[in-house]
Design a protein around this ligand. Structure first.
Ligand SMILES: Nc1nc2c(ncn2[C@@H]2O[C@H](COP(=O)(O)OP(=O)(O)OP(=O)(O)O)[C@@H](O)[C@H]2O)c(=O)[nH]1
Ligand SMILES: [Mg+2]
Ligand SMILES: [Zn+2]
Length: 300
């Protein structure tokens, strides 16, 4: 076997190393070649140089089909410098997980993740978990689902610990690859375990991911039986819109960007300006969602 250019997929990254699975199904811990321009992330397709029986080095990161990105404030730079952090590569959809309660459902977090999904070219899906706790919900989870369905985001309400719950989500994903994101404690890993048959914590990935502990600390790729995969992400507390311009926001709503080319003014923000084409053509629920986010952006 040639030891150059061995294709693989990144399962997890941590401490300057990556767990990579090669085409032949072997898991390796790999270093990063100095010339790599960016850090590999879970889901990346890479090419390895095999150093010996144990060691490997990532020489090439293949161009990504999608990136789920998040703005990150740079602590070191002092100023208000922002950096984009890539959370997951090559996923086709984002499964946004929110719980009915414990922790409480926050629409603001869902909305911000939606923007990131649309910007990155990923289809957002919504799973509301802990259906069994619905009697303690602040607002009806069915109402939340129908509001998001109105802006084109399909979703399900589930008790993650039941087979029916796992089946509903499996159908939503439909054999694709999904990045699983949401607040800590909403049930992402429980859901991922249910969907993957709990085939975790083996080999190289274990050393890096800390799976098995309660809280997920590293983005981790897992195969979905029957095709596709899941990228289980650590819980997020906040998801900043910082660095996103009103233009980026309109771009994220593809239908708004399309109609915007027909607005009378090229700098139209679609909030009631004369000759706005978006106002008259875009689905009212989506327009309302865009305007709410725009307001938030401009408030800073
Ligand atoms: N009642 C109820 N509890 C659930 C449900 N789904 C998950 N849980 C519980 O919620 C807790 C947190 O679940 P995890 O799967 O670890 O949550 P997570 O989203 O992966 O959390 P982080 O890794 O910290 O981001 C666990 O105690 C689960 O048993 C559900 O549908 N109903
Ligand atoms: Mg987890
Ligand atoms: Zn307009």
């Amino acid at each position: 076997m040639s030891t150059h250019d061995v294709p693989g997929i990144v399962l997890a990254v941590g401490g300057g190393l990556a767990a990579v699975r090669t085409e032949t199904g072997k898991e390796r811990i790999a270093k990063f070649a100095g010339r790599l321009e960016e850090r590999p992330v879970a889901g990346d397709r890479v090419r390895l140089f095999m150093e010996d029986e144990e060691g490997a080095r990532i020489d090439v990161i293949e161009p990504r089909t999608t990136e789920l990105r998040r703005q990150q404030r740079m602590r070191s730079e002092g100023e208000r410098a922002m950096k984009e952090q890539v959370l997951a590569a090559n996923a086709e959809c984002v499964l946004i997980v929110a719980s009915v309660t414990d922790p409480p459902l926050r629409r603001g977090l869902i909305d911000r993740i939606l923007v990131a999904a649309w910007r990155g070219g990923l289809e957002p899906l919504l799973a509301i978990t802990k259906e069994d706790l619905s009697n303690r919900a602040d607002e009806s989870p069915e109402a939340v689902l129908s509001d998001y369905a109105a802006i084109g985001v399909p979703g399900v309400l589930i008790d993650v610990r039941t087979d029916a719950g796992a089946d509903a989500v499996r159908e939503l994903i439909g054999g694709r690859t999904a990045a699983v994101i949401g607040h800590s404690g909403v049930g992402k890993s429980t859901l991922v375990n249910a969907l993957t048959g709990g085939t975790l914590t083996i080999g190289a990935i274990h050393e890096l991911s800390g799976r098995g502990r309660h809280t997920t600390t590293t983005a981790t790729w897992l195969d979905l039986p029957g095709g596709g995969g899941l990228i289980d992400l650590p819980g997020i507390r906040s998801f900043s819109l910082a660095g996103i311009t009103p233009h980026d926001l309109a771009d994220a709503f593809g239908d708004i960007a399309d109609s915007a080319t027909k607005c009378r003014f090229s700098d139209c923000r679609h909030v009631g300006e004369a000759g706005c084409a978006v106002e008259s053509t875009v689905e009212p629920a989506r327009l309302a969602s865009y305007r709410k986010l725009l307001e938030e952006l401009e408030r800073g």
